[in-house]
Design a protein around this ligand. Structure first.
Ligand SMILES: Cc1ncc(COP(=O)(O)O)c(C=O)c1O
Length: 434
C-alpha cells in the first residue's frame, strides 16, 4: 500500500506542476462556494481542472492542455461540445422567444419522439433533471398504490436526494426505502415477497451506474418484472443513463416493459431536462382536463432551449439507426479493452455495456458491488491521475463515457493510455489486490 500511496503522490505532483492556473482558480472559488464546488461529483484531489473550451469530443483547460473527453458529463454529453444541429436548434428557439410560459411545438414533438422510441412510454411529462423525474415517478407510485415502501438497491444512484452509496445518505428524501443487493436474485425476491402488499415500487437502474457500471443480469431484471406484477407494486426503470444504449435503451435490450421509466441527461442534447412516463392509465392522473387530476408543476418543464435541443438531438441526430451503430461501435471498443487486459494478464476489466464503461481492477466482469475489492477502489485515483496526465479525461471513479463526435483515433489514444498504464503498474496492481 505504501508503494500505491507514493505512486499517487508522484502523479499528483506532476499534475500540480502543470496546472498552476486551475489550482489558483480553484483556490479563489473557495471564497463563495464551499470548497469551490457546486457539483460534488466534479471534485477530486488535489483540485479539479477548470475547463475553458470544448470542441467535438475534446476539452481545453485553463492551462491550455487539450483532452479527449471521456467524462462526457457523466453521459449527458453524448453529442459532444459543439454539435451544429443542436446549436442551430437552440439559437432558432431563442430567436423566437426565450420564456413563452405556454405550450410550444417543441415539447409536443419531443414527447412524440420519446414515446415512439421507448416501449414503456404511452405518454410522458417533462421536468428539469433526472432527480426530479425519479421523484415524480416515485411519488406517483406511492399515490397510485396507496402504499409506503420503496425497494431500491445498495449503491444505486437515482439523483442528489435518492442515492444509496454504501447503503444510505444523509440528504435522501425521507421515503420509506427498503434496500436489497443488486443482481442478488434470491435475496431480492425474498425481500419483495416479505414486504408484499406494503410495497409501492421497485426502482432500478438497468446498469448500476455510480455503483461501478454493473450490468443488471437478465434473470435479475425479469425477476423484478415478475414479482412486482405479482405483488401489485410498480416497476420503475431509471433509464437516465441507459436510454442511450441501442435504439430503445435497456428496456429494449432486456425486452421488459416497466410500469414507469425516467429519463434525463442526453435526451435534450446536453441541456438540462428530465422526463418520466409510463402507461396511458398511469399518466392519465396528470391530465388537467380530468376531474381530480394531479397537479405537476415546474416553471422550466418545457423550457424552449432544452425542448428544441431535444427535438434536434433525438429526431435528427440520435435516430434509432444511429443509436444502434453507436452501441455496436462502443461495445466493440469495450471488448477490445478486455482482450488487451487479458493478453497482458493484468487484473483490469472494462465493465459496463456499450458506451457506458467503468474500469475495474479485477480479472473478470464485476456482477455485484460486493465483488468490488477495497484495493480496486484505492487504485482508481492513480488510474484517474495518470490518464489525465496522458490527455484522457475519465471520471474520478473510473467511468468512461463515449460520445458521438469521437472517432477511431480518439478510442485508439484511450486504449494506448490504458495499455501504458497497465504495463507500468501491473506489479503494483497485483500487489495492491493481493
Ligand atoms: C441513473 C441516474 N439517475 C438519475 C440521475 C440524476 O439525474 P440529474 O443529475 O439530472 O438530477 C443520474 C445522474 O447522474 C443518474 O445517473
Amino acid at each position: 500500500m505504501e508503494s500505491l500511496k507514493l505512486a499517487i503522490e508522484d502523479a499528483r505532483a506532476r499534475y500540480i506542476s502543470i496546472n498552476p492556473l486551475s489550482e489558483a482558480a480553484d483556490k479563489r472559488a473557495e471564497e463563495f462556494m464551499p470548497g469551490g464546488n457546486t457539483r460534488s461529483v466534479l471534485h477530486f484531489g488535489p483540485f479539479p481542472l477548470t475547463m475553458v473550451a470544448g470542441e467535438g469530443a475534446e476539452l481545453v483547460d485553463l492551462d491550455g492542455h487539450r483532452y479527449i473527453d471521456f467524462v462526457g458529463d457523466y453521459s449527458a454529453g453524448l453529442f459532444g461540445h459543439s454539435d451544429e444541429t443542436i446549436k442551430a436548434a437552440v439559437c432558432e428557439a431563442m430567436d423566437k422567444g426565450i420564456v413563452m410560459g405556454a405550450p410550444t411545438a417543441y415539447e409536443r414533438e419531443l414527447a412524440a419522439l420519446l414515446c415512439n422510441r421507448y416501449r414503456s412510454l404511452d405518454q410522458v411529462r417533462f421536468c428539469n433533471s433526472g432527480t426530479e423525474a425519479n421523484l415524480m415517478a416515485l411519488t406517483s407510485a406511492l399515490a397510485i398504490t396507496g402504499r409506503k415502501k420503496i425497494l431500491a438497491f445498495n449503491d444505486a444512484y437515482h439523483g442528489g436526494v435518492i442515492k444509496f452509496p454504501g447503503g444510505s445518505c444523509q440528504l435522501n428524501v425521507p421515503y420509506d426505502f427498503v434496500l436489497a443487493d443488486y443482481n442478488d436474485v434470491e435475496g431480492t425476491a425474498d425481500t419483495i415477497r416479505q414486504v408484499g402488499d406494503e410495497l409501492a415500487a421497485v426502482i432500478v437502474e438497468p446498469i448500476l451506474g455510480a455503483g461501478g457500471n454493473i450490468k443488471g443480469d437478465p434473470e435479475f431484471m425479469h425477476m423484478l418484472r415478475d414479482l412486482t406484477t405479482e405483488t401489485g407494486a410498480l416497476l420503475i426503470f431509471d433509464e437516465v443513463k441507459t436510454a442511450r444504449l441501442g435504439p430503445e435503451g435497456k428496456q429494449g435490450i432486456l425486452n421488459i416493459k416497466p410500469d414507469l421509466a425516467s429519463f434525463g441527461k442526453f435526451i435534450a442534447g446536453g441541456l438540462p431536462t428530465g422526463a418520466f412516463g409510463g402507461t396511458a392509465e398511469v399518466m392519465a392522473h396528470f391530465n388537467p382536463k380530468l376531474e381530480g387530476n394531479w397537479n405537476h408543476a415546474g416553471t422550466f418543464n418545457n423550457n424552449v432551449c432544452s425542448m428544441a435541443a431535444g427535438c434536434a438531438a433525438m429526431g435528427k441526430i440520435y435516430t434509432a439507426e444511429r443509436a444502434h451503430e453507436f452501441f455496436e461501435w462502443s461495445e466493440a471498443f469495450r471488448l477490445s479493452l478486455n482482450e488487451m487486459f487479458a493478453e497482458k494478464a493484468v487484473p483490469m476489466y472494462a465493465n459496463g455495456r456499450g458506451s457506458i464503461i467503468a474500469i475495474h481492477f479485477s480479472t473478470k466482469r464485476t456482477g455485484k458491488t460486493s465483488e468490488i475489492s477495497a484495493g480496486c477502489r484505492t487504485l482508481r485515483p492513480l488510474l484517474h491521475m495518470e490518464l489525465l496526465l496522458a490527455g484522457i479525461l475519465i471520471c474520478g471513479r473510473g467511468d468512461i463515457f463515449l460520445s458521438l463526435p469521437m472517432n477511431d483515433g480518439h478510442l485508439a489514444k484511450a486504449r494506448l493510455a490504458l495499455e501504458e498504464f497497465a504495463d507500468r503498474y501491473k506489479p503494483l496492481i497485483e500487489d495492491v489486490l493481493g
